[in-house]
Write a protein that binds this ligand. Structure first.
Ligand code: 3Y8
Ligand code: NAP
Length: 252
């Protein structure tokens, strides 16, 4: 029988979860447990790490998972890397739902950098007012540039390792009008963003465009090769092709 593990945490994962629930698929949704109260899903949901490659391998076997859909965020590189390894070890079918990276449009003022450290280095020496829309896991790196005032947007309140910072608690998805108002109200001069792709976090780029503000764009980490889908429909077609549309027993 087909049994799907959906690694979530993105808008697209939630959309796919709804489609799978609508079809009555045997699927389980998985969160890392990064936030206090994640959005509830219309599928049975597990929360927390698996315990590295070994833990995920055991999970796939113990739960008789036949198909894994990695719909995690492009920066969830450890999860995606572990998933490629564990699915290889257990010969479990795997596809990743990956959204295209954002591309600068004409008139945009982007500085693309390879990682968080390079984003810190790309900030000016003169004090600036920086919208750090990168969540909370990577904030400490900016402590070596204390001269800036940082505007942080976090999903949950928590300690902030930066001397001059204001915090907005919000989960997103966001819209351009809202992000434009935020940047204006806080007199933002620079934006730092991860190249997440998708619609849920793109609003700040539209706001930067409207306000002609520079964006420091952090490129995605490299991921191991795996089969890719660019949309929820592509994933559903892959699942159908792999026989989940039929209810006959399948040796996979
Ligand atoms: C726990 C689940 C949905 C999914 C919504 C998307 C959109 C809103 C935009 C900004 C950027 C950021 C951050 C962001 C976005 C969506 C999507 C997306 C960026 C939730 C969620 C979980 C997380 C984890 C969280 C990280 C943080 C990153 C905030 C739920 C809301 C900055 C990424 O406090 C923390 O520790 C937060 C950690 C990983 C990045 C970081 O390094 O801090 N996401 N975000 C998932 C889990 O436990 O498995 O709580 O409901 C999901 C969403 N976040 O179904 O509607 O699809 O991208 N999430 C980034 O893109 O830069 C905010 O503020 O402009
Ligand atoms: P990560 O650094 O790649 O993963 C670190 C560890 O967290 C993984 O090794 C795994 O622990 C656990 N983990 C991650 N995603 C998981 C999932 N969906 N289900 C179960 N365990 C998971 O991941 P991250 O960047 O912290 O992202 C965590 C979650 O937030 C993911 O669901 C991701 O989609 C979501 N998210 C992340 C970002 C971002 O900017 N990173 C943005 C939006 C949403 P074990 O090794 O113990 O299995």
């Amino acid at each position: 029988m087909t049994r799907i593990l959906l690694l979530g945490g993105t808008t697209e994962a939630s959309a796919l979860a709804q489609r799978l629930a609508d079809t009555g698929a045997d699927a389980v949704f998985s969160y890392a447990g990064r936030t206090d109260a994640p959005l509830s899903q219309p599928l049975p949901t597990r929360i927390g790490g698996f315990g590295g490659v070994e833990g995920l391998t055991h999970y796939l076997r113990d739960q008789s998972i036949t198909h894994v859909v990695d719909a995690t965020h492009p920066f969830a590189a450890e999860m995606s890397g572990n998933t490629v390894q564990a699915c290889g070890l257990t010969h479990t079918a795997l596809i990743a739902l990956e959204r295209p990276a954002w591309q600068a449009q004409s008139g945009d003022n982007w500085t693309c950098v390879p990682d968080i450290a390079a984003a810190v280095d790309a900030l000016p020496d003169q004090p600036a007012r920086v919208f750090l829309a990168i969540g909370k896991q990577n904030l400490a790196a900016f402590a070596r540039r204390p001269q800036h005032h940082y505007l942080l947007r976090l999903v949950d309140a928590g300690p902030v390792p930066l001397p001059q910072a204001s915090t907005i608690i919000a989960r997103g998805p966001f819209d351009v009008a809202g992000d434009t108002a935020v940047m204006r109200d806080h007199a933002i001069t620079h934006i730092v963003a991860k190249n997440a792709g998708g619609a849920g976090a793109a609003a700040k780029l539209g706001a930067a465009r409207a306000l002609h503000l520079p964006v420091i764009m952090i490129d995605r980490p490299a991921l191991p090769p795996r089969q890719l889908a660019g949309s929820v429909d592509e994933v559903l077609a892959w699942l159908d092709h792999s026989g989940t549309g039929s209810d006959t027993e399948r040796g996979v």
